[in-house]
Design a protein around this ligand. Structure first.
Ligand code: FAD
Length: 275
């Protein structure tokens, strides 16, 4: 698997205890030798210091770190300051996003879409950062149409992104078709598949509702049939997601990006089945 681009995502912990737990998780996940660990970033300011603190911890431990950076609600000055902090801390990767403002948050800021952020990062910092952007094989929930969303994706890549990571999905065909259409539209950069392990069905339904990821009917029915039997949910989830990863890699996916939710067990179990 070492030829593949394999990465793992965390969210910034809110407490010192959470930070300590994440350190333990990281030690376990580092044994899988991912290319980098990424750390999400809350639009509107909620977790932004946490993102910086977590990536600094990751760098100190000797691993590559990719902070996410969302531009909605930000200004050119505020984004410039963040970029400078990352450069000062020897961070060379970024996942660049528009983000979603928390409800009730007022100003949208100076950037409307992620392509504007990518352009700004390139204009300010040249080639310092390896930039990843988001892709949506099942369409971003706010897009007017799949065609429109694909055009927005291509615009974002052409603005200077090096690679993309997809929203998670459970329909491999949606990914393959998206990649094919993106390539026909001139995208040559890798489009890494985002993978959400299945360990908790109510949480999965809630996330999927928000981000527009479809849970196939048969998967939903099976998960519902297990009720509170978490062992069965995890065993079934492991089978489904491992099979998805196998199909993706066999079909040419350049890599996998695991949404770990700060847990080591599910990502490790899938990974061990793949190697
Ligand atoms: P964009 O690429 O700007 O697209 C947003 C919408 O606008 C789409 O519907 C697109 O079709 C449309 N659009 C884009 N450009 C144009 C244009 N020029 N004209 C008209 N329409 C346009 N969110 C966070 O807050 N923090 C995170 O750390 C985070 N990490 C993520 C990591 C990954 C890998 C993924 C897939 C998502 C992540 N998100 C995160 C969620 C993301 O911020 C949301 O999905 C957000 O709604 C869109 O961000 P984007 O960068 O894809 O936006």
């Amino acid at each position: 698997m070492s030829e593949h681009n394999f990465s793992i995502e965390f969210f910034p912990p809110k407490t010192a205890e959470g930070a300590e737990k994440l350190r333990v998780t990281r030690v376990k996940l580092a044994e899988l030798h991912p290319k980098y660990f990424s750390v999400t970033f809350g639009a509107g300011g909620t977790t932004q210091q946490g993102t910086l603190d977590t990536v600094i911890d990751i760098r100190k431990e000797g691993y590559a770190a990719a902070p996410h950076l969302s531009c909605v609600g930000g200004t050119r000055d505020s984004i410039r300051d963040i970029l400078k902090q990352y450069q000062a801390n020897d961070i060379h990767r970024l996942v660049a996003l528009r983000g979603d403002l928390p409800s009730g948050y007022g100003a949208a800021g100076e950037f409307r879409y992620a392509n504007e952020l990518v352009e700004f990062i390139r204009a300010e910092t040249g080639d310092w950062f390896h930039i990843e952007v988001a892709a949506y094989p099942e369409m971003h929930p706010q897009a007017r149409s799949p065609q429109d969303d694909l055009q927005s994706f291509v615009r974002k890549m052409n603005a200077g992104a090096n690679a993309a990571i997809t929203q998670y999905f459970y329909n491999a065909d949606a990914y393959f078709q998206f990649v094919e259409l993106a390539q026909k539209a001139g995208v040559t950069a890798p489009i890494v598949a985002g993978i959400m392990p299945i360990t908790n069905s109510s949480q999965l339904m809630r996330f999927s509702e928000m981000c527009g990821a479809e849970i196939p009917r048969w998967v939903r029915l099976k998960l519902a049939s297990f009720g509170d039997d978490t062992a069965s949910i995890k065993a079934f989830g492991l089978d489904v997601v491992t099979h998805l990863c196998e199909r993706l890699l066999a079909g040419g996916a350049p890599g996998l990006h695991f949404y770990s939710l700060n847990q080591a067990a599910a990502t490790t179990a899938i990974w061990q089945r793949l190697v």
